[in-house]
Design a protein around this ligand. Structure first.
Ligand SMILES: Cc1cc2nc3c(=O)[nH]c(=O)nc-3n(C[C@H](O)[C@H](O)[C@H](O)COP(=O)(O)OP(=O)(O)OC[C@H]3O[C@@H](n4cnc5c(N)ncnc54)[C@H](O)[C@@H]3O)c2cc1C
Length: 492
């Protein structure tokens, strides 16, 4: 069969995954990336001996990564070394009120039992359901392209869908098992990765608790970007040609068929099929002629986006104490912060935040006797972002962190860079400056997500965190696989 040429836009997880899957299925593939390095949200930068992962830091669902590399006869360990973290992470409820989450399940249960007698037995029941959801959800449902209801029509699956708790919220589900506020907050935490709150995320996603508690929190030595490095090496080995500093300006469409890609440099590339892994809204509204747009501005405006973030990448000129690799500062109530993100968008009065110190595990990411500190505050998308506001929040969370961990940090900062909404827009064309796509609310699940295929252009497909199956590194990897399978099916 004559080899077809595919252009993939965007070298994030989804674009790299789609490109490599096409390359082993008789497509010649060009991958176009606007930035000068691969990874998209998962890029890295280096300065003064520090190596900062710019986005993701939690490596969950190791089986999804194994699955990905196995499609090409490889293993993750062919590209990076994985370390299981213990404790998995630390939840800071206040000064002297810190819960380390042990990697060992029995130790974890013992910890819960101390907080709420009977919680260990309840956890077993909770996890049994979560495991079932994980197996069906991650190994089946998320791999469906969600283009037709018929994909979900088999009786077995309909029964499964009922067992999957799609119509109940995580919030009420968790409360059926646990009473302690501390445990409830702990069990509700993983849905934050899905861009929503426990109140608006379906209980299907207790599968995330299974991923957290049973499968563990891992760390690729050298940082999360090592995954991207591995994926790029694999893509190139399979023949994908990657062009950096190659920003797409237009997908040229004639009679409902994408024919060429035009770059901002004026260069044109002929193509038989296009997979857009750049932010869906950007492609839909800026790269195609409006008559071929899949959705209206009004549609996009009504989507519930996952939060944006204010991030600080800090180099600390000493070793820190009382901080683990992953630290969740839950020393303020979640409800007002969630309200500031979803209901009445504003800069939050007293935000929860997350501190990652990968140098606790990995000496490669900071100079000797120094620390690599990444701070993240989730924010509503589309907020006004100014240097003044960034600084105000820097001081606010530093005050809390210094007080709670009992040490001076600010005076030891030797490197500082902030990153927020305007950077997401400039670097990734992120709609409203979102950090990780669309929230996985019930009304934005499966068929109700922006479709992975354009309705009016026969050879234009989409992948990544704004289409199926949703936000996060594992879903983005799967998204690339799912869209490639659709392209291969339609072209065979
Ligand atoms: C701060 C942060 C923390 C996160 N933490 C975690 C975590 O701990 N664990 C986890 O699993 N997930 C996490 N996520 C989510 C995860 O990183 C994303 O869901 C995932 O990386 C998205 O991959 P993608 O390929 O869909 O999109 P992207 O990574 O955004 O890739 C899209 C690419 O398209 C390129 N592009 C855009 N426009 C054009 C154009 N016109 N021409 C050419 N190229 C273009 C962009 O430059 C980009 O490289 C986090 C995300 C962020 C931002």
């Amino acid at each position: 069969m004559k080899q077809k040429h595919a252009v993939v836009i965007g070298a994030g997880f989804a674009g790299l995954s789609a490109a490599t899957h096409l390359a082993i299925n008789n497509f010649s593939v060009t991958l176009l990336e606007k930035n000068d390095s691969p990874g998209g949200r998962a890029r890295k930068f280096e300065s003064q001996g520090f190596t900062f992962d710019m986005g993701p830091s939690w490596y969950w669902m190791p089986d999804v990564f194994e699955d990905y590399f196995s499609h090409f006869g490889k293993k993750p360990t062919d590209y990076y070394e994985l370390i299981r973290l213990d404790p998995s992470y630390s939840v800071i409820y206040g000064k002297d009120d810190v819960l380390d989450i042990p990697a060992n399940l029995n130790e974890f249960k013992a910890r819960l039992e101390e907080i709420e007698p009977g919680a260990a037995v309840q956890l077993d029941k909770f996890l049994a359901q979560a495991k079932y959801k994980y197996q069906v959800g991650i190994h089946d449902l998320v791999k469906r392209p969600s283009r037709s209801l018929m994909e979900f029509a088999s009786l077995a699956l309909v029964k499964d869908v009922m067992r999957m708790d799609i119509f109940q919220s995580m919030s009420s589900h968790v409360r059926k098992f646990f009473k302690s506020d501390k445990i409830i907050r702990l069990m509700e935490f993983p849905v934050l990765f899905l861009g929503g709150t426990a109140g608006n995320i379906p209980a299907l996603y207790s599968l995330m608790n299974y991923a957290d508690i049973a499968l563990g929190t891992w760390y690729p030595k050298g940082g999360m970007h090592e995954i991207i490095k591995g994926m790029v090496a694999l893509a190139e080995e399979k023949g994908v040609k990657i062009q950096y500093n190659a920003e797409v300006e237009e997908i040229e469409i004639e009679q409902g068929e994408a024919k060429r890609i035009r770059l901002t440099t004026g260069e044109k590339i002929r193509t038989d099929v296009v997979i857009a892994g750049a932010d869906y809204h950007h492609v839909d509204k800026h790269l195609v002629n409006p008559k071929y747009s899949n959705y209206s501005e009004e549609y996009w405006d009504k989507r519930v986006l996952a939060p944006s973030s204010l991030i600080f990448y800090l180099g600390i000129g000493k070793k820190l104490t009382n901080l683990r690799h992953h630290n969740l500062f839950f020393d303020e109530p979640l409800a007002p912060h969630a309200d500031a993100i979803y209901t009445n968008p504003r800069w939050p009065e007293a935000p929860l935040f997350y501190a990652c110190v990968p140098s606790v595990t990995d000496g490669m990411v900071a100079p000797a006797n120094m620390e690599n500190l990444f701070l993240l505050i989730p924010l509503a998308p589309d907020l006004e972002d100014s240097e003044e506001m960034r600084e105000k929040y820097y001081e606010m969370i530093m005050d809390r962190m210094e007080e709670i961990t009992g040490q001076e940090i600010r005076s030891h900062v030797v490197f500082k860079r902030s990153y927020a909404l305007s950077d997401f827009k400039a670097d990734y064309h992120a709609y409203k400056g979102n950090a990780y796509g669309l929230a996985n609310t019930l009304k934005q699940t499966a068929l109700l997500k922006p479709s992975l295929k354009n309705k009016k252009v026969s050879n234009l497909f989409y992948t990544g965190q704004l289409t199926v199956p949703g936000p996060g590194v594992p879903p983005s990897l799967i998204s690339g696989y799912v869209v490639a399978k659709e392209v291969i099916r339609e072209n065979s």
